[in-house]
Design a protein around this ligand. Structure first.
Ligand code: NIG
Ligand code: FE
Length: 386
C-alpha cells in the first residue's frame, strides 16, 4: 500500500475530540495517508516518512464536507418558480409536483447523468460524502429507479416516497402504497427512510406509519420537519430517537428541549431559507441549548439549488448566529453524526482519508470570503480527485 504525507499544513482541522477545541486544530501539521485511510496526524516536524510528499504551502486542510441531505435525482429545473418567488410569490410544497412530472418523463440515463453532474459539482467544492434521497418519482417504478440511480453514486441513500401526495390519489391510498409495494421495491436500494412531515404533506400519524414500515424493512428513520411552520415532526423525531431531523426552522422551547434530551441531530439547511426568503433557523439557540447541529445543502431544484457546502457555511455564519468554527464543525463532523458515521468527518488514524485543501490559511476564510472558490484540492478515500 502506498503512503503519502501531506505536509506544510498551516492549520489542520481534525475535529478529533481527543484534541483541544471544537475543531481539534493542529498548526504546522502533516497528515499521512495510506491506502484509503488516514495513518498518522500530527506536527509536521514529527511526521514519519512516506512514499510521496505533497506540500500544502502553509494553507489549511480540513475533513471533506459531509452533506447529509440532498435530493439529486430529478429532471428539469424550477428557475421560473425561483424568479417568481424573488418577485414576491411564497414558496409552497406543491412545486414538488412540477419536478415529479419532469422526473417521471426522464430516462434512467438522464436521471443518472443529472445526479452525477451534481455529485461532481459537490466534489469540486469539497463534499466527499453525500446523502441522496428519492422523492420525485412517487410511483413504485419511479421511486425504485430513483434510488437505483442514487445507489450508483453514494452508499447513503434515502427512500422519500412520502414527499407529497401525488395527484390522482388520496392520502390514505398513497400512504398504503408508500408503506406497501413502493417500500418493497425501494428497500433494497435504501439505507434510510424519510417523510416530509409538514402541513400540506404528511401529518405525524402518517409519518409514524411510514417510519415504522421502513424500520420493519431495516431502514433507519429521518424526517423533514418544522420547515414551513410549527409542527409535530421535530418532537416525533426526538420521541423515536431518530438520528437526525432536518430543517428545524420553526421550533418552540419544547422542541428544543426534546432535541437536547434525545441527542437527535438538528440538520439546518441554510440554502433553503436563502432561496425561499423564509426566516433562517436559529442555530445559536440550538447550540446554546446543547443540541447537536449539522449543516447540509438540501440540494434540490425547488427550495435550494446549491451544491456548495462552503456557501452553506458562509450563510450559516452570517445569518444563523454560528461562529466559523461551529459552522465548519457542523458541515463535517455534524454531517457525519447526522448519518451515524464515525469513519468520516474526523481526521484521525483509521478514519477515511477524505480531505480538503483550502487556498486560505484557515477555516475562517470559508465564511470570511463568501462566494470565492477556496477549495484547492480534494482527496477522497485517499485518492486526489481535484
Ligand atoms: O427539503 N421540504 C421538502 N422537500 C424539499 C424541497 C423539494 C422541492 O421544493 O422540490 C426540501 O426543501
Ligand atoms: Fe430536503
Amino acid at each position: 500500500m502506498t503512503s503519502t504525507v501531506i505536509t506544510g499544513i498551516g492549520e489542520l482541522v481534525t475535529n478529533d475530540p481527543a484534541r483541544a477545541g471544537l475543531l481539534g486544530i493542529v498548526e504546522h501539521a502533516a497528515v499521512v495517508v495510506e491506502g484509503d485511510r488516514v495513518a498518522w496526524v500530527g506536527p509536521a516536524a514529527e511526521a514519519p516518512a512516506a512514499d510521496a510528499l505533497v506540500d500544502a504551502g502553509g494553507r489549511a486542510v480540513l475533513p471533506g464536507f459531509v452533506d447529509s441531505h440532498s435530493h439529486l435525482v430529478f429532471a428539469g429545473d424550477r428557475a421560473g418558480e425561483f424568479a417568481a418567488r424573488m418577485a414576491g410569490t411564497a414558496y409552497a410544497a406543491g412545486g414538488i409536483r412540477t419536478t415529479v412530472a419532469a422526473t417521471r418523463a426522464a430516462t434512467d440515463e438522464q436521471l443518472l447523468s443529472g445526479a452525477r453532474r451534481l455529485v461532481d459539482e459537490m466534489l469540486r467544492q469539497g463534499t466527499t460524502t453525500v446523502e441522496v434521497k428519492s422523492g420525485y418519482g412517487l410511483t413504485v417504478r419511479d421511486e425504485a429507479r430513483s434510488l437505483a440511480v442514487a445507489r450508483l453514486l453514494t452508499e447513503e441513500t434515502t427512500y422519500l416516497g412520502a414527499h407529497v401526495v401525488p395527484d390522482g390519489t388520496t392520502p390514505e391510498e398513497y400512504v398504503a402504497l408508500v408503506t406497501g409495494p413502493m417500500l418493497d421495491a425501494a428497500a433494497e436500494h435504501a439505507r434510510w427512510v424519510d417523510v416530509f412531515c409538514e402541513r400540506g404533506a404528511f401529518d405525524a400519524d402518517q409519518a409514524r406509519a411510514v417510519l415504522a414500515a421502513g424500520a420493519a424493512r431495516g431502514l433507519r428513520g429521518r424526517l423533514h420537519a418544522n420547515q414551513l411552520g410549527p409542527g409535530p415532526g421535530v418532537r416525533l423525531a426526538a420521541e423515536l430517537g431518530l438520528v437526525a431531523v432536518d430543517h428545524c426552522t420553526f421550533l418552540d422551547d419544547a422542541d428544543v428541549a426534546a432535541l437536547r434530551d434525545s441527542g437527535t441531530v438538528a440538520t439546518l439547511l441554510p440554502g433553503v431559507e436563502f432561496s425561499t426568503r423564509q426566516p433562517y433557523p436559529d442555530a445559536r439557540r440550538l447550540l446554546d441549548a446543547g443540541v447537536r447541529v449539522a449543516i447540509a445543502s438540501d440540494c434540490n431544484p425547488g427550495s435550494s439549488y446549491t451544491s456548495s457546502m462552503p456557501f452553506c457555511v458562509a450563510v450559516a455564519v452570517r445569518e444563523m448566529g454560528m461562529t466559523p468554527a461551529e459552522a465548519v464543525h457542523a458541515a463535517t463532523a455534524g454531517g457525519a453524526r447526522a448519518l451515524d458515521r464515525d469513519d468520516v468527518g474526523v481526521l484521525a488514524p483509521g478514519r477515511r482519508a477524505d480531505l480538503v485543501l483550502l487556498d486560505a490559511p484557515s477555516h475562517v476564510h470559508l465564511a470570511y470570503r463568501p462566494g470565492v472558490p477556496l477549495v484547492a484540492g480534494v482527496w477522497q478515500r485517499g485518492r486526489p480527485v481535484l
